[in-house]
Design a binder for this molecule. Sequence first.
Ligand code: PFF
Length: 510
Amino acid sequence: MSEKVRSTWNTRAGFLLAAIGSAIGLGNIWRFPYIAYKNGGGAFLIPYAVAVLVVGIPLLILEQGIGNLYRASQPMAFAKIRKKFEVFGWWPVVMVMFGIMLFYTVVLGWCINYLVFSIDLSWGADTEAFFHNSFLGITSGPFDFGGLHYGVLLGTFLVWVLVWFISTRGVRRGLELANKIAIPLLVVLMVIMMVWNLFLDGSGAGIATFLRPDASRLTDPAVWTDAFSQVFFSLSVALGIMYAYASYLGPRAAIVNNSWITAAANSSFSIFAGMVVFATLGTMAHATGVPITEVVKGGPGLAFVIYPKAISLLPFGSRIFAVLFFLSLLLAGITSAISILESFVCSAIDKFKASRMKVVTLTCVVGFFGSMIFTTGAGLYWLDIVDYFIMNFGLLTVGLIEAVIIAWIFGVEKLGKSVNAGSSWKVGRVWRYLLKYATPMVLVVLLVIAVVDNFKKPYGGYSWTALTIIGVGWIVMTILLSIFISKRRRVEGEEDHMAQLGDEGVTIND
Ligand code: PFF
């Protein structure tokens, strides 16, 4: 009898690069530097490290451990634990694919456009007006769509084609190869930017602004909640991704070691990215005389408004520097985007046993059309609302559900034994306590804070109608879709995770 078994990574380094590539994304470059700076600079590293240890690594070990133990995607692993849990496995996978992915690709589409703009620094002197008016054509509010923007649409289309191409090539020749190229290249580009900065006046002062420890901030609870949410989002947990990636490892992989390495690489990259970003902002402060503290922002405002301005003000080589920066964003983001797609694709193949080519193609076509709403003049509002709701309500709830199902029902002792079996670094009692008590508690606190904040003041000054229809509506839609998919019958038969032409399937003959 010949049985086709699940595809696997070619090397352990390939898996690690892919997990790290998923964790390192736009969030490390445009979110971490600002969050760290705002919350005490160097002193923020304390709550941040605590959050990595208390929530980040325990959850990474949980997700990689279960994915590897069952060699299955999150929905299928949950279904194997108990049939009725399948839906809780689908929810994160659907939410990230038909929520986060739809706008993440649009932001990467902006990056492609800005890469082209870098050639002649088309954003000019008023980078804010350029980004908001000329490029995005932002309208007056979330329900004023103002038509599609073809540059953005084309960029988004190219991103979907790229992720489609990588994903159809399968685990080894697609995901693994893409990460093996992109991640080292990303690091090289960032190092070049850093060295370049160091030759310019003001960069040292910029880095000092970023790292200056302000220990008095540590007593502010908001600093701690920011640290926990940053770690939670940055490590790509609660998205089904780590299950899928670890399911392509051989049986009894070194889960504990791998999780620590993933977290350490991601945090180091974040801190380094913070230094690069602030070094460049420092050179701008030096050139304009306006202190960094008055201009710094996070999110799209940092990457597409402040940073382009800083780049234009560089004394030489602005264009090349601009290319380096937007290429870095694109590389960091693409490796995360393919991991998001894989979370869904792996789950759908596990359940329906369809070919990878069919699943990826259908998902990407639907995804591209879904992305279109974010390419309209109201796109930035939708992005902001959907992002906020999924991050603050969706993912936190998903993390809580998974911690309860695995730590309490499946059994944290059982999981501990399983992950220790293949690892030279072991987990023990502390990890079990963290996963059983600390992680759920932290997630409940973050959720309660998000709810209370919203009742006090609706998020972002949007109307309740907009928040309910777009934010709550989006989450409800993902829940309904997850229920629908989990109710379909599972197709029996062999799995087909490889590209149709893939050569990576291992065939066992017996
Ligand atoms: N961890 C990646 C980042 O920080 O950009 C990818 C990612 C994770 C994006 C989770 C979005 C998200 F909600």
